[in-house]
Ligand binder design. Structure first.
Ligand code: NAD
Length: 364
């Protein structure tokens, strides 16, 4: 099992270190190779996604990714900015399906910004299309101002577009995922205003014909944002485009208590994947040792399940995370009165201890 480890920038290095501690106690034949990506790669090699890093990711069975970005790179030309590394990896590896399960652990209902009764037992799956939409549409750019300079540009534009095959393949992924859960798909669009999303809706309906056992409904994205904070448990699988998915999944993160709890998997058509927490590099807390590593640890569990065919090891990690929360351990982002505040490293150690204890229990 070859895993490319790309920690990246900011808290990326801190949280990936904790996920590696967890993987290392599993006693599975991993081959881990680490490479620079994002701002760290730009500093060392002048590019956020060096060829060697991309090749490592292509050759691996799975990629474990931390996060990239820092405000200090904001003045770089866009192709050189750290965020281009993750966009490039998604594009080059064909990672079109992003799975973001939003699960509210019973121990964390108090950490959610919503009333406990709204989130208790929450288990929804957001599937975001990842390689199309306005993020990759052409043309894009700024119109040069009459004086010929960008700083004085008078207009900027990005093009929203989706092709039929792009929508079809994400629709199949969503319907198949729903079959393994509650058999309901909500397709989120903006068909009332945008041609691209009327087309999205039409193709969703076409593909649905292959899945008569799965219920499909449609919701405008503005209503979906409202429903996610009003009655989130009414969703089962929510499927949407790249930009709406980006925004809605961050909103859903808060239902679970913190964005530091939300793992993600980005998969290609063969279930090879890149696994990363849903959050960014959090420059505001980087280096302080307080970041929550659980989203990354849970992303490693998704990696074992989806790409490495180790569902039992994945379940053990998930149980260990739950055990640690039951012990009352909390990083700052999920801390509440009566619980014990711990740092990044102590949280990782606690998950390792819970895993080791479960192993002892299994053996005895
Ligand atoms: P962010 O997700 O990094 O941070 C948002 C807020 O959540 C911050 O207050 C941060 O402290 C907090 N937070 C995030 N992760 C946390 C964790 N594990 N534990 C505790 N608190 C956590 O988003 P941002 O501040 O908008 O962006 C920061 C940088 O990250 C930018 O350069 C952005 O482009 C980049 N980014 C990268 C990715 C990625 O690598 N896939 C995704 C999103 C943002």
């Amino acid at each position: 099992m070859k895993i490319a480890v790309l920690p990246g920038d900011g808290i990326g290095t801190e949280i990936v270190a904790e996920a590696l501690k967890v993987l290392n106690v599993l006693d599975l034949p991993f081959e881990l190779e680490t490479a620079l990506v994002g701002g760290a790669a730009f500093d060392a090699h002048g590019h956020p996604l060096p060829d060697a890093t991309l090749q490592l990711a292509k050759d691996a069975d799975a990629v474990l990714f931390g996060a990239v970005g820092d405000w200090k790179y904001d003045t770089l030309d866009r192709p050189l900015r750290p965020e281009q590394a993750i966009l490039g990896l998604r594009k080059h590896l064909g990672l079109f399906a992003n799975f973001r399960p939003a699960i509210c652990y019973p121990q964390l209902t108090d950490a959610s910004s919503l009333k406990p009764e709204l989130v208790a037992g929450l288990d929804i799956l957001i599937i975001r299309e990842l390689t199309g939409d306005i993020y990759f549409g052409q043309p894009r750019g700024r119109r040069i101002a009459t004086d010929g300079h960008f700083p004085g540009a008078e207009e900027a534009f990005d093009t929203m577009r989706y092709s039929r095959p792009e929508i079809e393949r994400i629709a199949h992924v969503a319907f198949q995922a729903a079959r393994k859960r509650g058999s309901r798909v909500t397709s989120v669009d903006k068909a009332n205003v945008l041609e691209t999303f009327q087309f999205w809706k039409d193709v969703m309906i076409d593909v649905h014909a292959d899945y008569p056992d799965v219920a499909l409904d449609h919701m405008y994205v503005d209503n979906a944002a409202m429903q996610l904070v009003k009655a989130p448990k009414k969703f089962d699988v929510l499927v949407t485009g790249n930009m709406f998915g980006d925004i809605l999944s961050d909103a859903a993160a808060m239902l679970t208590g913190s964005i530091g709890m939300l793992p993600s998997a980005s998969l290609d058509k063969n279930n090879k994947g890149l696994y990363e927490p849903s959050h960014g590099s959090a420059p505001d807390i980087a280096g302080k040792g307080i970041a929550n590593p659980l989203a990354t640890i849970l992303s490693a569990a998704m990696m074992l399940k989806f790409s490495l065919n180790q569902p039992e090891a994945a379940a053990r990690i998930e149980a260990a995370v739950s055990a640690v929360l039951s012990q009352g351990l909390r990083t700052a982002d999920i801390w509440s009165e009566g619980t014990q505040r711990v740092g990044t490293s102590a949280m990782g150690d606690a998950v390792v201890a819970a895993l080791t204890a479960s192993n002892t229990t299994l053996k005895s």
